[in-house]
Design a protein around this ligand. Structure first.
Ligand code: BG6
Ligand code: MG
Length: 229
């Protein structure tokens, strides 16, 4: 018998809320303080990447080298600025379709988890009133391996007590889709289909996905790469 949809696992930044802009503001502020500019285009490469890996990329762009202790201080500085920005977030910053999809899943008995690399996930979920919508939260504080490692999603499935093949992952980062594939889960890419071509299906935003579409992923044999635009 085919597996059925039992759980949805959501990435946070860029899927439920548009925090990418705040990450960018804080990284750019750090770059300018260090004496170089950091463009929005360069920032694209940081999506889904952990804080320390992001710092490594930023410093490489600026041609700067620091020892470990100095790098930790820089990452901390960036995070303090980022926290100032997200502290002011409200439910108005939830991306289109996210709140209604979470509610609908709950009403249909489909479990929900957060699977994020961010160590600030709970603050963001609390400030946007999304915290109570999740059965399980796995974030940057609970994992040792960053996406594309599947650890974050496998931990979430384990805590939800469902099998990987009964889950759908929602992700806007290429590394996140790769993690879902490695976990043996179905995946919905949010954003650019060319960039997210490992996903089962790619949509512009959560508002463009229905539970029927999700259920159909479980009845399609083989790779079902498809774009809905
Ligand atoms: C991911 C973001 O969700 O979390 C990355 O896409 C970010 O841009 C990473 O670097 C870690 O977030 P934080 O909040 O722990 O610095
Ligand atoms: Mg993301």
């Amino acid at each position: 018998m085919n597996n059925l949809l039992k759980a949805c696992i959501f990435d946070l930044d860029g899927v439920l809320v548009d925090t990418a802009v705040y990450h960018y503001m804080a990284w750019k502020r750090l770059a300018l303080k260090l004496g170089f500019d950091f463009t929005q285009e360069q920032n694209e490469g940081l999506k889904g990447i952990s804080r320390m890996q992001s710092l490594e990329i930023l410093l490489a762009e600026g041609g700067l080298v620091f020892d470990e202790a100095a790098k930790l201080k820089l990452a901390d500085k960036k995070n303090r600025w980022y926290c100032e920005y997200i502290e002011k977030m409200t439910a108005d910053e939830i991306l289109p379709g996210a709140a209604s999809l979470l509610k609908e899943l709950k009403s249909k008995g489909i479990k929900t988890a957060l699977g994020s690399a961010s160590k600030n996930a709970e603050t963001i979920l609390r400030n946007t009133n999304l915290l109570s919508q999740f059965d399980v939260i796995v974030d940057g504080n609970n994992i040792t391996k960053a996406k594309p490692d599947p650890q974050v999603f496998l931990l979430a499935a384990g805590q939800l007590k469902v099998k990987p093949e009964e889950c759908v992952v929602f992700e806007d980062a290429r590394a996140g889709i790769a993690a879902a594939v490695k976990a043996g889960m179905h995946s919905v890419g949010i954003g650019n289909p060319a960039w997210l071509n490992q996903a089962d299906i790619v949509v512009p935003a959560l508002k463009d996905i229905s539970i029927d579409t999700l259920n159909n992923l479980f009845h399609t044999k083989g790779t079902s790469y498809e774009t809905v635009y």
